[in-house]
Design a protein around this ligand. Structure first.
Ligand code: GDP
Ligand code: ADP
Length: 192
């Protein structure tokens, strides 16, 4: 196979961004930077974390797929993916579960999916909220997000990804990284 894209998906606060950063650094994977109309969080950089857009600039882009998530728009382009593949045969992207399903539909066996979750029993949703707080998110934004349909939806693996996604419980980051390492090594071997 020539090129593949690793899609990291899962609940808000489950550690998608953290794991993507780790894998990109450790395996020199190019990250596909996506576009959003949400405001940057403290420390986020335009062109690195996201391309930050307004509604008008977002509307002018040509997206492979785009979604509404908790009151903002997000979208990813084929050009972004092709640019990443110019650098290396395995690229990485962070998407909501709707985007992950769409990637699988459009790109088939060029897509590998990692679904992140946490499982601390009935308090798992609360644990995710605490992680968003610890990340420094605006409390008003956290409230909005937790109430959104997308937040509830992304806590479960969608049926379209069953049998396609590798599920990793990120209760402990060290263990989650080890499981992701195994998965990446299999993918890199496939691409050789
Ligand atoms: N479908 C899709 N989802 C995206 C895209 N970019 C980011 N997302 C997802 O949008 C959701 C909200 O992202 P963000 O506001 O950064 O919040 P976070 O999940 O708490 O870090 C997350 O599930 C992201 O993975 C995109 O281009 N397409
Ligand atoms: N296993 C873990 N245990 C505790 N905190 C974690 C763990 N994994 C990630 N975090 C922290 O939780 C917060 C949310 O992680 P992040 O990667 O931003 O999630 P996502 O991109 O899925 O919303 C961050 O502050 C991150 O440092």
């Amino acid at each position: 196979m020539n090129n593949m894209v690793l899609v990291i998906t899962g609940a808000a606060g489950s550690g998608k961004t953290t794991l993507c950063k780790y894998l990109c650094e450790h395996y020199h994977l190019p990250k596909v930077v996506t576009h959003t109309t949400r405001a940057p969080r403290t420390g986020e950089q335009n062109g690195v974390d996201y391309y930050f857009e307004n509604d008008a600039s977002f509307a002018r882009k040509h997206f492979l797929e785009s979604v509404h998530y908790a009151g903002a728009q997000y979208g990813s382009s084929m050009e972004g993916l092709q640019a990443a593949w110019q650098k290396a045969p395995l690229a990485c992207i962070v998407l909501d579960t709707k985007g992950a399903v769409e990637y699988l539909k459009q790109l088939g066996n060029q897509v590998a999916v990692l679904f992140l979750t946490i499982d601390v029993g009935p308090n798992s949703s609360e644990a995710l909220r605490k992680r968003m707080e610890a990340r420094g998110d605006d409390p008003v934004k956290i409230k909005m997000r937790v109430k959104s349909a997308e937040y509830a939806r992304d806590q479960q693996l969608p049926s379209a990804l069953v049998g396609h996604a590798v599920v990793i419980k990120n209760n402990e980051l060290k263990q989650a990284k080890q499981q992701a390492d195994q998965f990446i090594e299999q993918l890199l071997a496939k691409l050789q």
